[in-house]
Design a protein around this ligand. Structure first.
Ligand code: NAP
Length: 254
C-alpha cells in the first residue's frame, strides 16, 4: 500500500492552522482522517472541505489532555474506518509570559495540552498500531524547543516532545511503528497572529521580518508543515524514525 492511501489517520488540533492543512493533505493523498479538535463543530468545517474535495473524514470533539475523551475519539474513528495507523500530535496552546510573571496555570495548561496530550494520544493509538504491526506517529515540536524568551512553559513542552518522539521510536520500532517530530519556525496561523498582538506588532510585520531574516526570504505557511508531515506519515518513510525535522526557512543557520 503506497503512501498514505487507505490508511486511517488522526490529526489533533485540526480545526484550523497547521492541523487543518495536514488533515487536508493526508485526505487528498487517500487517507481516511479523523479531524479532532476541542469543538466538534469547528472540526466539521474542515471535514466538509475534505469531503467536498472527494476525501474521507470525520469530525471528533475531544480535549487531548483527557484520557476518556481521547479514548472515545479513537474508538469512534477506528469503529468508522477500521483501525488507526497514523497519529499526528498537533494540538497546541500558548500561555506566554516572562518567567517572573508566569503562573502555575500557564505552566500546567501548556504541559497538559502539548505533553500529556501527545502522551495520551500515543498511548491509546499505539495499541491499534502494534496490533497491525504498522504505524506512523508525527508530533509537532517547535524551534522554541531551543529556548525562547517568554516561553519557559512552551519551550519546555516542545523540547519534551522531542524526547518523547525518540523514546516512542525506540519502543515501537520493533512493531513497525515510526515516530518523528517536526519543529516549525514562523508559520502564519491564528497562533502566530495572537503572538504578534501580544508583542505589539502585526502578522504582516512578522511576515516581512521573517522574509528579511530567513535564508529562504519568506514566512512559512501551514502547507509547508503539511508537506513534511505527509513524508513522515507515508509508508515510504519506514526507515526514518526518531528524527526531528526543522521546517523553519533556515532560522537556525548562522
Ligand atoms: P492554532 O491555529 O492555534 O491551532 C491549534 C488547534 O489546537 C486549535 O484549533 C485549538 O483549538 C486546538 N487545541 C487546543 N487545545 C486543545 C486540546 N486540549 N485538545 C484538542 N485540541 C486543542 O495553532 P497552529 O499554529 O496551527 O499550531 C499547531 C501546532 O504547531 C501546535 O502544536 C503549535 O505549538 C505548533 N507550532 C506552531 C508554530 C507556528 O508558527 N504557528 C510554530 C511552531 C510550532 P482552540 O482554537 O479551540 O483552542
Amino acid at each position: 500500500m503506497p503512501g498514505v492511501q487507505d490508511r486511517v489517520a488522526l490529526v489533533t488540533g485540526a480545526a484550523q492552522g497547521i492541523g487543518a492543512a495536514i488533515a487536508q493533505r493526508l485526505a487528498a493523498d487517500g487517507a481516511k482522517v479523523g479531524v479532532l479538535d476541542l469543538q466538534q463543530e469547528a472540526a466539521q468545517a474542515v471535514v466538509d472541505e475534505i469531503t467536498s474535495a472527494g476525501g474521507s473524514a470525520i469530525a471528533l470533539g475531544a480535549d487531548v489532555s483527557q484520557r476518556e475523551q481521547v479514548q472515545a475519539a479513537v474508538d469512534t474513528l477506528a469503529g468508522e474506518f477500521g483501525g488507526l495507523q497514523i497519529l499526528v500530535n498537533n494540538a497546541g496552546v500558548l500561555r506566554d509570559n516572562l518567567l517572573f510573571k508566569m503562573g502555575d496555570d500557564d505552566w500546567d495548561t501548556v504541559m497538559n495540552v502539548h505533553l500529556k496530550g501527545a502522551f495520551l494520544c500515543s498511548n491509546i493509538a499505539q495499541k491499534h498500531m502494534v496490533d497491525a504491526k504498522y504505524g506512523r506517529i508525527v508530533s509537532m515540536s517547535s524551534t522554541s524547543a531551543r529556548g525562547n524568551r517568554g516561553q519557559a512553559n512552551y519551550s519546555t513542552a516542545k523540547a519534551g516532545l522531542q524526547g518523547l518522539t525518540k523514546t516512542l521510536a525506540i519502543e515501537l520500532g520493533p512493531f513497525g511503528v515510526t515516530a518523528n517530530a517536526i519543529a516549525p519556525g514562523f508559520i502564519e496561523t491564528a497562533m502566530t497572529k495572537a503572538t504578534a498582538e501580544r508583542v505589539g506588532t502585526t502578522i504582516e510585520q512578522m511576515r516581512e521580518g521573517a522574509a528579511k531574516a530567513l535564508p529562504v526570504r519568506r514566512g512559512g505557511l501551514p502547507e509547508d508543515i503539511a508537506n513534511a508531515a505527509r513524508f513522515f506519515a507515508g509508508e515510504e518513510a519506514g526507515y526514518v524514525t526518531g528524527q526531528v525535522l526543522y521546517v523553519d526557512g533556515g532560522s537556525g543557520l548562522h
